[in-house]
Design a protein around this ligand. Structure first.
Ligand code: BES
Ligand code: MN
Ligand code: ZN
Length: 509
């Protein structure tokens, strides 16, 4: 656990004093002022260490002066004073976590009185970056050392605005942590049923309503594509669809935004068995991100109406598993020839997309899915693919993602991909012949978008796990990618802005 306090009174003692330094340390008013109090220790450290230039996120750990009340000083590079923005402050906070954790100490004071910008907001972003990077998943280690209980004091002349900003950020980070926790859990712990129950118990207390739809209901609704994927699983791993609703506007009749997540708690490939299925527990990363987003929105009381669908199943092998050459009928009546049981995500999503549009009439649908190895091959692990029938929506997703360090890159839909998924015996085939895999998968999903519904599909196969060296994401394990992106997109474009307060002058009239 990490605890942050925002205060105007620096504790005169602790383990570590963090002194922010701009990239021309000599010019930095903040360090000069502070340095007088520290007997010139900062200037001395900067002059002695040739490598420390105050670049953004660069740190230098030196012993603190004996009479300072601290054991160590950490000089924390802020980069140049000009380009300081929220993402950079967060990145620096993530780097600070690295330096602090290496000391093994826990009581930290950060002098955050001047970041040459919206200092209050940037201080909160820095704290949030520290928080995001502090994530651990050690619960299945029998001898893991306890996570350090960090106590971080953020010092500001007027600490209230920073605390208020942090109170908006922390629920979003909690949402990302929920997504990471779900994703990292092994498949013998997390199956469709246990995942549904965990999501339910995590988000219900926040004010999200949760309905778990079971197979009988799904059958009655004609969800033959989704059910086919889960039909080979044993009794404790049967498919589930979770419907989450968050009504933050108070308007019960407004059309919602819809989020849909692929939630394969494990993907063996089915009878088209995968050669290497290590890490396929992360095939529920889309559903985890969607659940985390709902937690984030409810946690910070966002003024927006969102419905979310988690398509939860296992893609297993066995006598009852669906078979290559099977023809199944989706909820919208389209028939699908199964030519590869490993192209299962699109089948689950197809019925979730129909379901959410028929039941909730959303104006916009955004789905997240670890859908194709092709997308990972194309874009690597620093950005996801974005496909959309609405260029403005696609651009908005890209721009909002940049702000929070969850980037996406546009990939095409089009006639050639749609053609490649037309069936010989059926309306559709679940794999596209001779066309790029990420685009044919997206074109398949597009077959399930109705009328004028705006839609975007994020293929997160490359970013849901296996990232390395990111400032605020953990290495290797589940990243929670998507929570912060969707939350930022909603802030930027879907959330009702609070009414501007009338100015005192107007009020008086
Ligand atoms: N879950 C996989 C996609 C995936 C691959 C995610 C690697 C993360 C890392 C998906 O269900 C899948 O198997 N897709 C196939 C589709 C193919 C059979 C058309 C793929 O990408 O190979
Ligand atoms: Mn698969
Ligand atoms: Zn899959």
């Amino acid at each position: 656990m990490t605890h942050f306090s925002y205060t105007d009174k620096a504790n005169k003692q602790g383990d570590i004093l963090v002194v922010p330094v701009f990239d021309k340390p000599g010019d930095a008013a903040v360090s000069r002022m502070v340095d007088d109090r520290l007997g010139g220790a900062v200037a001395h450290a900067v002059n002695t260490d040739q490598n420390f230039k105050g670049k953004a996120g660069q740190t230098l750990v030196v012993p603190a002066p004996a009479d300072s009340g601290y054991k160590k000083l950490i000089l924390l590079g802020l980069g140049s004073g000009k380009a300081m923005d929220s993402l950079r402050a967060e990145t620096i906070g993530g780097k600070l976590h690295g330096a602090v954790s290496a000391t093994g100490m826990a009581r930290v004071t950060v002098l955050a009185d001047d970041f040459r910008g919206d200092t209050a907001s940037l201080a909160a972003d820095l704290a949030n970056g520290f928080l995001l990077k502090s994530y651990r998943f050690d619960k299945h280690k029998s001898n893991a050392p306890a996570a350090p209980a960090y106590n971080i004091d953020i010092i500001q002349d007027n600490p209230c605005p920073a605390r208020e900003r942090f109170d908006q950020l922390a629920p979003v980070s909690a949402g990302a942590f929920l997504a990471r926790d779900l994703a990292n859990e092994p498949p013998n712990v997390l199956n469709p049923e246990t995942m549904a129950l965990r999501v339910l118990s995590s988000v219900t207390p926040l004010g999200v309503s949760v309905e778990v739809v079971r197979e009988d209901d799904m059958k009655a609704q004609g969800m033959g594509a989704f059910l086919a994927v889960g039909q080979g699983s044993n009794a404790e791993r049967r498919p589930r669809m979770v419907v989450l609703r968050y009504n933050g506007t108070g308007d019960e009749k407004s059309r919602p935004l819809a989020l849909v997540g692929k939630g394969l708690t494990f993907d063996t490939g089915g009878l088209s068995l995968k050669q290497n299925m290590s890490n396929m527990k992360f095939d529920m990363g889309g559903a985890a991100a969607v659940a985390g987003t709902m937690a984030a929105l409810a946690g910070r009381k966002a003024k927006v109406d969102v419905v979310a669908i988690l398509g939860l199943a296992r893609n297993d092998i066995g006598p009852d598993a669906y078979c290559v050459d099977d023809i199944v009928t989706a909820m919208n009546g389209k028939t699908i020839d199964i030519q590869n049981t490993d192209a299962e995500g699109r089948l689950v999503l197809a019925d979730c997309l129909t379901y959410v549009q028929r039941h909730f009439k959303p104006h916009t649908v955004i789905d997240l899915a670890t859908l194709t190895g092709a997308c990972k091959a194309a874009l690597g692990s620093t950005m996801c693919g974005v496909f959309s029938n609405d260029n403005r929506l696609s651009k908005r997703i890209q721009n909002s993602g940049v702000k929070v360090g969850e980037r996406s890159w546009p990939l095409p839909l089009g006639e050639e991909f749609t053609k490649a998924i037309k069936g010989t015996y059926s309306d559709l085939v679940n794999v596209g012949a001779g066309a790029p895999g990420a685009s044919t998968a997206a074109a398949f999903l597009q077959e399930f978008i109705e009328g004028a519904t705006k839609w975007a599909h994020l293929d997160i196969a490359g970013v849901a796990n296996g990232v390395s060296g990111h400032a605020t994401m953990p290495d290797k394990i589940g990243t929670g990618f998507g929570v912060r992106l969707l939350n930022q997109l909603i802030i930027d474009h879907f959330e009702k802005k609070p009414k501007a307060q009338p100015t005192p002058a107007l009020k008086a009239q």
